[in-house]
Design a protein around this ligand. Sequence first.
Ligand code: DQA
Length: 154
Amino acid sequence: MAKDATSPAKKIWVLHGPNLNLLGSREPGIYGTESLKHINQRLVGAASDAGAEVQCYQSNHEGELVDKIQAAGREKVDFIVVNPAAYTHTSVAIRDAFAAVKIPFIEVHLSNIHAREPFRQRSFLSDIAVGTICGLGSRGYDLALAYALLRGQE
Ligand code: DQA
C-alpha cells in the first residue's frame, strides 16, 4: 500500500554486529576507511529526506543483538537492515530472533563473503532474509535502505 500524508513514518532499524564499531581502522583493505558513525549519519540523512525514521545500533554482544531484534518486534519496526558481522556465520540465536519477530530484513556485508574463507561462506540468516547484499562496501547499506524506503509503495 502506498504511503500517504496520514501514514505514520516508516520505521527502519539498522543493526551492526561485532567489531563494526572499528570500521575505518579495522582491516581497511577489506572493510574500507569509512567510520561507522559516518555511514550511520548518511543513512539517517537519507531516511529523513524520504520522511522515514532510521535508528542505528551496534553491539559486540550476541544477546544484546537478540534483545534489540525482540525490541524491534515490540516497537513495530517496519524493516531491518542488518550486518550481523561474525555472528552471520555462527548465530542460531539471531536467526531465531528474526524468525520470531517476522520483521523483513536485508543482510548486508561490506566484503564479498563468498570470495573469502570457507567459514564466511555460510550464513545462518540468508535464507530467511528478503535479500542479501555483499561486496559493495558501505554502499551496500545505502542500497538496502533505498529498498526499505521503497518497499510497500509499489
Ligand atoms: C562482515 C563479514 C564477516 O565475515 C565478518 O566477520 C565481519 C564483517 C562484512 O561486513 O563484510 O565482521 O559481515
